[in-house]
Design a protein around this ligand. Structure first.
Ligand SMILES: Nc1ncnc2c1ncn2[C@@H]1O[C@H](COP(=O)(O)OP(=O)(O)OP(=O)(O)O)[C@@H](O)[C@H]1O
Ligand SMILES: O=C(O)[C@H](O)COP(=O)(O)O
Length: 396
């Protein structure tokens, strides 16, 4: 992998800054609604604690002004439960109070510092050398002996706690980062045929993935669903109806043209839904292509599409999933997600990327994947052949 890992770090007795990504959905009371990302970092944190580290843990939650912009107090409580030892919470990130909390740590103890994004610089993107001069880095670099970046899900952000600290402190990839890079940087070594199931509502991201993996010869089949599938259906010449078209063009005004261009060039590899499901009088109603257009948005693929896609996975070497096939949050439109994602586990090797995609698996209780990435945007960046600033700076 070419970057230092925890195997290269002499932990005992040292103070280690650890960047994790525990950015999570919150409920109406601002409490954690899902702790999957906290679970993911338990291995790295436990290892560092067991090896005698004093851990200053850094993380962000939400975006300034957003509903999920919140303190990390509840995260510290939950991390303590998961690690079976109290994790101190400090309501400061790099002030004297935070630095004192770090200085007071004993071997095998950890403090979770406050949401890094409470400080404006942490929500800006900088080249690493400039990030190294920010206040957060300037104040924290002198009080840690080493830095471990385990925040794969934020590795596409060139922000101070991600790219600035490694410019000033000896730095290492944590176990989550190491595993994600091992899997997602080596897609070309996975068994064929390689099938990508691209759904969800981030149509532009799905097109980027499709274009990149088709151009690079990585994809043998692409199964389109969700709003992405609706756009491909429209691009294939089917009148899907105004409500579905509006939903697509609200997201991306040129979506249908982009889908047309992909179909023109790679049509034989791209599967388009053959039926959809809409809501009528509160009920799920299946509509075949012949029944389109309809005056309601298509919120799921239909049963025939789900069955056809499930068949493709029967003989797949690798299944790569990004974006749920329907509005799985509503039970009546979860059918496509349940069937298609459920069938994907029959591929020899299966990988899941995307925050909502992973959440859909947990919600529907679908298990058996070889790798469920903690990352959304970061995983996509790797799947489309891009570089991650957090990783580049660990190489230096
Ligand atoms: N036909 C559809 N119409 C509208 N929304 C849909 C449809 N199918 C799926 N969705 C919605 O897509 C959303 C998830 O799509 P998204 O592309 O954001 O997934 P993701 O890549 O896993 O997530 P993220 O990028 O946030 O990590 C879900 O909330 C789901 O309800
Ligand atoms: O959830 C994510 O994708 C990461 O935590 C990064 O969050 P951001 O998109 O708000 O930078």
């Amino acid at each position: 992998m070419g970057i230092p890992t925890l195997d290269d770090l002499a932990v005992d007795g040292t103070t280690v800054g650890v960047r994790v990504d525990i950015n999570s959905p919150l409920d109406e009371d601002g409490r954690l609604a899902d702790d999957a990302r906290l679970h993911a970092h338990v291995g790295t944190l436990q290892e560092l604690l067991d090896r005698g580290g004093k851990l200053a843990v850094l993380a962000h939650q939400g975006r300034p002004g957003g509903d999920e912009f919140a303190t990390l107090e509840d995260h510290a409580r939950r991390l303590g439960e998961l690690l079976d030892q109290p994790i101190e919470y400090c309501d400061a990130t790099f002030s004297a109070e935070a630095r004192d909390a770090i200085a007071d740590l004993d071997h095998g103890e950890a403090v979770l510092l406050e949401n890094t994004r409470f400080y404006s610089e942490e929500y800006m993107e900088f080249p690493p050398a400039e990030a190294a001069e920010t206040f957060l880095v300037d104040r924290l670099a002198p009080v840690v002996d080493a830095f471990v970046n385990d925040a794969f899900a934020a590795a596409h952000r060139s922000q101070p706690s991600i790219v600035g600290l490694p410019m000033r402190v000896d730095s290492y990839a944590g176990r989550v980062m190491e595993r994600e890079l091992d899997v997602l940087s080596n897609i070309e070594d996975t068994p064929r045929p390689r099938v990508y199931a691209l759904g969800g509502a981030k149509i532009a991201d799905a097109f980027d993935v499709a274009e990149s993996v088709l151009e690079r010869g990585l994809a043998d089949e692409i199964l389109t669903s969700g709003m992405t599938g609706n756009a491909f259906l429209a691009a294939s010449g089917v009148d899907i109806g105004q409500p579905s078209m509006d939903a697509i063009t609200d997201r991306d005004a040129t979506a249908v043209e982009q889908a047309e261009a992909l179909l023109d060039e790679y049509g034989e590899k791209i599967h388009v839904p053959e039926d959809v499901a809409v809501e009528r009088d509160g009920e799920r109603v299946e509509v075949g292509i012949d029944g389109l257009p309809v005056d309601a948005p298509a919120l799921d693929v239909g049963e025939n599409t789900a069955a056809a896609y499930a068949d493709v996975f029967e003989t797949a070497g690798t299944a790569i999933l990004n974006g749920p096939p329907g509005v799985f949050e509503e039970e009546q439109f979860a059918h496509g997600t349940r069937e298609i994602f459920g069938a994907a586990t029959s591929a020899e090797y299966s990988i899941v990327g995307g925050g909502d995609t992973a959440a859909s698996l947990r919600q529907l209780g679908i298990e058996g994947f070889d790798h469920v990435s903690t990352g959304g945007g970061a995983a996509l960046r790797l799947l489309t052949g891009g570089e991650l600033p957090a990783v580049e700076v660990l190489r230096e």
